[in-house]
Design a protein around this ligand. Structure first.
Ligand SMILES: Cc1cc2nc3c(=O)[nH]c(=O)nc-3n(C[C@H](O)[C@H](O)[C@H](O)COP(=O)(O)O)c2cc1C
Length: 172
């Protein structure tokens, strides 16, 4: 099996689930990223910002909207310098205003994507993949974009079999 890396961002705290706001100790996308990693035996890399996003849902959507408008590249606690040794990268994130959080691009833009295979994975509350595949294509220059997976955030935790099956078949 090719060697895989799973890059993900996921936010704990308040989130929106089918019409109501709930606080969660572990983000939806983190479940999905972990299911992929265990299914394909890959390494996980968590994108973590120096300045944390507000736990309050509405405040976070405001901050995220501003960042999107500015094409901000928030500073991260740590960066991955190279994709050497990896054939395949799964980029997992929540849908924020139709694409990945800007912090994900802070990491992606630093890497050399030539010859890599990339899969887009997104958890969402209705927007599906949004523009994430197109945005990945723009940023991951030289990579081949494989399939993608959209999972409804509220179903992320209970989607282990579906996610694992998709991840394994992606690499065949
Ligand atoms: C700042 C922010 C913006 C969001 N924008 C969208 C959106 O445009 N479309 C959508 O379907 N869901 C949107 N959501 C919902 C999240 O994509 C969804 O709850 C996701 O599963 C959260 O993943 P996480 O727990 O890993 O952070 C947004 C949530 C937040 C916090």
């Amino acid at each position: 099996m090719p060697k895989s890396l799973i890059i993900y961002y996921s936010r704990k705290g308040q989130n929106y689930f089918s019409g109501s706001i709930r606080s969660i100790p572990k983000g939806n996308t983190e479940y999905v990223a972990e299911y992929i990693a265990s299914a394909v035996g890959g390494d996980l890399f968590e994108v973590a910002t120096v300045k944390e996003y507000p736990s309050d849902y509405t405040e976070c959507t405001d901050v995220a909207k501003k960042e999107l408008g500015l094409k901000a590249r928030p500073e991260l606690k740590r960066y991955l310098d190279s994709l050497d040794g990896y054939d395949t990268v799964f980029v997992c994130g929540p849908c924020w205003w139709g694409t990945y959080p800007m912090a994900v691009f802070s990491q992606l833009e630093r890497l050399d994507w030539n010859g890599k295979r990339v899969f887009a994975v997104m958890t969402h509350e209705g927007s599906g993949m949004g523009s994430s595949e197109r945005d990945l294509k723009d940023v991951c220059k030289g990579a081949v974009l494989g399939g993608s997976l959209a999972i409804s955030g509220g179903q992320a935790q209970s989607s282990k079999e579906r996610v694992a099956g998709w991840a394994r078949s992606s690499l065949e």
